[in-house]
Design a protein. Structure first.
Length: 256
């Protein structure tokens, strides 16, 4: 009986301690104002275009400084819930519709994960940048460039054609690599990890040489997904890749 009473007392004491802790935790005043405004917006009490209480009105209602009220309204504007017009006040903003995003999975990485990856090297050489290539890479005309052309396989199926231009000053041993199991991009990331990657995706018809490399025997099957990727490190070009995939092997998934 004593142990039961002790357990009840301990539980009751713990409850009181927790209740005391909850009551002593106070939100900053600007957060209280934000919750107040946000609650009116989400409940529909303040529809789009409604003018919210002014900074002076909020500071008076919540007994805070005008600076505190201003911070609350500014942060709500940054969150997209309000629009602020100097001299007019703050108004409930039009909700921004969620934009669908496209996820592109890495089919080469998947083949590697399954242990089915292999690579065929079609070309690996040092060239001089002509005017067009120099402009693409932001190089000088006749500046040395490494070029590699590869076909990546998932077992016996070609899944990606790749052409990559590499800055020799960043990866001087690029041409000496075999690239049997290691993807050129992985090697470059190991040598010079990029801190800026710019990518662009487009639908294209494969060129004759690309169709041959990818095993696309019929012109009607030459629709492909092309990605260009520019990798930089400390604002310095590391590589510029063009990746071409048969469209039927690269389904797109959208999330909104």
């Amino acid at each position: 009986m004593f142990f039961i009473c002790a357990k009840v007392i301990n539980v009751y004491t713990l409850y009181l301690v927790l209740l005391l802790m909850i009551n002593t935790i106070k939100l900053p005043q600007f957060e209280v104002i934000k919750q107040y405004v946000r609650g009116h917006i989400k409940s529909g009490h303040w529809p789009v275009g409604t003018r919210t209480p002014s900074e002076n009105e909020l500071s008076a209602s919540f007994s805070v400084s005008r600076m505190t009220a201003r911070r609350a309204l500014q942060e709500l504007a940054q969150e997209g819930l309000l629009t602020r017009a100097p001299g007019l006040g703050s108004f409930v903003a039009q909700p921004v519709a969620a934009q669908p995003t496209i996820e592109l999975y890495n089919i080469v990485a998947r083949a590697q994960l399954e242990g089915a990856y292999s690579c065929q090297v079609l070309d690996l050489e040092k060239i001089s940048a002509d005017a067009k290539l120099a402009n693409l890479l932001s190089f000088e005309v006749d500046q040395p460039v490494y070029r590699g052309i590869f076909v990546h396989f998932d077992r016996d199926k070609a899944i990606q054609w790749q052409q990559v231009f590499v800055n020799p000053e960043v990866a001087p041993a690029f041409l000496k690599q075999k690239f049997v199991k290691v993807v050129p991009d992985e090697y470059l990331e190991w040598i010079a990890p990029s801190d800026q990657v710019d990518s662009q995706v487009s639908a294209v018809l494969a060129k004759p040489s690309q169709r041959t490399a990818l095993g696309l025997t019929e012109i009607s099957h030459s629709a492909c997904l092309q990605m260009t990727r520019r990798c930089k490190r400390h604002s310095r070009l590391v590589s510029f890749s063009t990746l071409v995939h048969p469209a039927n092997l690269y389904p797109l998934e959208t999330k909104s």
